[in-house]
Write a protein that binds this ligand. Structure first.
Ligand code: ATP
Length: 443
């Protein structure tokens, strides 16, 4: 099976997972809209992450901070200076590239002798120039420098600047964590590969505050835990996942140690999540720029220190692309495409189909909808042959198909079809909720 990104883009549009932004205006590049199935899937993924962080770990609490923050935060964090990617423009065709994207780290190259990958001319590329990736805006009615603000390029800083308030309010003792899900914006120059790299995206970040000296050990624990999340919770194929350690020259300005969790996408191995040891860099910087003491008081040991921070930072959209790519399956033997999503992730858990439009079957099917609706996201489908209805739901990743036939009226049973095997069981309507729940659990 040739699993290309084009096939995933096309299925996503056809079934209502993901659309290009502003489609009727010809599209708006590097922004995507999540359709009815996309939003369900995105919510399922983010809720599982949230639960895994804040419910399973008693010492991790949540936060929802603003997208707009005091502009000094970005000076302190280093983003105002360092959040740059060297860029190269083609004077001929006006294409713009991230220099490191097609030339590796070797920027000492002679750009005059380099060919433009798009128009193929040589001698038209400019020297790499720095470009700040933060989106700038103005707060208040007057556009002046004093009212300048930025859309946050990462959610992490909102956590750092609130950490003492949260620690005090919740009486947290080190080690503890703060988790946040929210939008981040980067004016990416080379935005590509569908939702992999976009200008507006969502991050799911957890910042874990630890005592210096314990940071290496705790970093290793989080590395393992986060990898396991992809296997146990998202049900991703193990062979398609790996770690990649950042070399010394690749480390971000704030990091002492950094690892990526990578997935093998159709366009190659690429980062889905980063686990970073940010040391006390950020808190030190915020102390310097705000003039506030941000140290933590360790009462039992009667000592004060600036905590080190271990960060787990994942892109929700990239995680969703990982899930979609991994689930995509062309079942050639049966001439169908199946999104083999784990039922816990599936946007719709079951489709309920009356076999025909008459003889009281639609009414019986509606009764089943009423039983299941309070507990599961289910849909009712009466259009087309039963085979077509099932195949539509196979592409949507719906794990169960429930069909009401004439026998249902006699003995109060229905058929339950399993998406992956197409096997069908006859089950009692009375037990239907319980059976669906068990099938999701034991998939
Ligand atoms: P990359 O090298 O791919 O640009 P990064 O190392 O800059 O990513 P981080 O700053 O560590 O990424 O951000 C953490 C996570 O946020 C990434 O692992 C990724 O999942 C997500 N992310 C970052 N930039 C984007 C983007 N432009 N579009 C979608 N997700 C993104």
């Amino acid at each position: 099976m040739d699993k290309t990104i084009e096939k995933i883009v096309s299925l996503s549009k056809r079934r209502g997972f993901i659309f290009q932004s502003s489609d009727i205006y010809g599209g708006f590049s590097a922004v995507y809209d999540y359709g009815p199935l996309g939003i369900e899937l995105k919510n399922n993924i983010s809720q599982l992450w949230w639960k895994d962080m804040t419910q399973v770990h008693e010492n991790i609490v949540g936060l929802d901070s603003g997208i707009l923050m005091h502009p000094k935060i970005w000076e302190a964090s280093g983003h105002a200076d360092a959040f740059n990617d060297p860029l190269v423009d083609c004077k001929q065709c006006k294409s713009r590239y991230r220099a490191d994207e097609f030339l590796g780290e070797n920027l000492a190259i002679n750009w005059n002798d380099t060919q433009c990958p798009k128009c193929g001319t040589t001698g038209n590329l400019t020297e790499p120039r720095n470009f700040n990736l933060m989106f700038k805006t103005h707060v208040g009615p007057i556009e002046e420098t004093g009212a300048e603000a930025f859309l946050r390029p990462e959610t992490a800083q909102g956590i750092y600047v609130n950490y003492q308030l949260i620690q005090g309010a919740m009486r947290l003792k080190i080690p503890f964590g703060i988790a946040q899900i929210g939008k981040a914006f980067r004016n990416e120059i080379v935005a590509r590969n569908f939702i992999f790299r976009t200008r507006e995206f969502e991050q799911m970040e957890m910042q874990y505050f630890v005592k210096p000296g314990t940071d290496n050990m705790i970093m290793n624990k989080w590395k393992e835990k986060r990898f396991q999340f992809y296997l146990d919770i998202l049900d991703i194929n193990k062979e398609k996942l790996r770690y990649s350690k950042h070399g010394k020259d690749e480390l971000a300005h704030y990091a002492k140690d950094a690892w990526d969790i990578e997935y093998h996408f159709p366009f190659g191995w690429s980062e889905v999540e980063g686990i970073h040891n940010r040391t006390d860099y950020d808190l030190k910087q915020h102390e310097k720029f705000s003039g506030k003491n941000l140290s933590y008081f360790d009462q039992p040991n009667n000592e004060r220190f600036l905590p080190y921070i271990i960060e787990t930072s994942a892109g929700l959209n990239r995680m969703l692309l990982t899930v979609l790519t991994d689930a995509y399956w062309e079942d050639d033997a049966n001439n169908r495409v199946v999104m083999k999503l784990h039922p816990r992730l599936a946007p719709i858990k079951a489709v309920i189909c009356p076999l025909t439009k008459k003889d009281g079957l639609p009414e019986k099917a509606r009764e089943i909808m009423e039983i299941l609706k309070p507990n599961f996201k289910v849909i009712y489908d009466m259009q087309g042959s039963i085979g077509k209805r099932y195949y539509r739901q196979d592409e949507a990743g719906t794990p169960f198909g429930i069909t009401v036939d004439h026998q249902s009226l006699d003995d109060n049973t229905v058929t339950l079809r399993h998406r992956d095997t197409q096997k069908q069981d006859r089950i009692s309507i009375e037990k239907i909720s319980h059976i669906i729940e068990n099938n999701i659990k034991n998939y």
